[in-house]
Design a protein. Structure first.
Length: 290
């Protein structure tokens, strides 16, 4: 097996190759003055099983295009099998038409990936699982929540209450609670489809004097997480942590979360981030071995 490590996931690709004792093929990008670039694989992949690792976080357009170039090139150069590993799939929050006339961006991205001839697709905690139904090839949606929960358990935060910031993510909190053993719950969140403004409804929880971890798949601007943490602290929570699989942490997100009272923000290396302290390499390696 050969691991092709995309520019956006270079560190993760190397860790995965090491975990699987696989050969690594680097990607060389030659930039042109107008912003275009030429992508080249630095190694022979003909007749090989190839794994392309490339996340599609910011800058989304650039990283998506590089992913497509790599997948198509791998097939064109004679790879026997190509597996796309996209730890964070951008545009996954636009999985349906919320308002009249909107593009269903996730569906378009699926079409583009399949058009490159990829044989299978692996992602991690995709925002809307329904997106995977648009693929005609085998797919896997891995969950990194157990990895995050085990990290907190190793820190001595065993027995913490696991909270999801909205009902849709309750499965994440429940998965974490299976490891931490402190029970779980969720808050009610509403988003204005036009302005994007979020409202988190006040909810009384039995967390006074207890440690609490707020689990979510994505932390973007940090507004939802910060509101949840502020509510928990006002109800007497001891220590509150923020945990997510995909730490986008846009703009002042970290500042908001820490000012709300968080002890720490912990994420995975699905994206390049200072909070990405948990590697997905073992999780992905295990899935590939299956």
């Amino acid at each position: 097996m050969i691991v092709i490590s995309g520019v956006a996931s270079k560190s993760l690709g190397y860790k995965l190759a090491e975990k699987m004792n696989a050969k690594i093929v680097d990607v060389n990008l030659k930039m042109f003055p107008d912003g275009e670039y030429c992508l080249r694989f630095e190694g022979d992949i003909s007749g090989e099983e190839v794994v392309v690792v490339q996340t599609t976080g910011p800058p989304q357009d650039k990283n998506v295009m590089q992913l497509l170039f790599m997948l198509d090139t791998a097939k064109d150069l004679g790879a026997k099998k190509v597996t796309a590993i996209v730890p964070y799939l951008s545009f996954a929050r636009q999985d349906k038409r919320f308002l009249s006339g909107e593009a269903i961006s996730a569906k378009t991205l699926v079409k583009l990936i399949e058009a490159c001839g990829v044989d299978s697709f692996i992602t991690v905690n995709i925002h809307a699982k329904k997106i995977l139904e648009n693929f005609t090839i085998p797919t896997m949606n891995l969950s990194a929540i157990t990895l995050l929960a085990k990290h907190f358990k190793s820190m001595g935060v065993d027995g913490a209450f696991s909270l999801s910031p909205d009902k849709g993510a309750i499965s994440l909190a429940a998965e974490a609670s299976n490891i931490l053993g402190g029970g779980c719950g969720w808050l009610k969140k509403e988003r204005d489809r036009y302005t994007g403004e979020i409202h988190v409804e006040e909810k009384r929880l039995n967390i006074k004097g207890r440690d609490v971890i707020v689990f979510d798949d994505i932390i973007s601007t940090g507004g939802t997480t910060a509101r949840a943490i502020k509510m928990l602290k006002s109800q007497g929570a001891h220590k509150v942590y923020a945990a997510c699989v995909h730490p986008l942490l846009v703009g002042e997100a970290k500042t908001k979360i820490f000012e709300a009272g968080a002890e720490e923000i912990v994420g995975t290396d699905s994206l390049s981030s200072s909070a990405g302290v948990i590697s997905l390499a073992p999780l992905i390696a295990e899935a590939l071995a299956r």
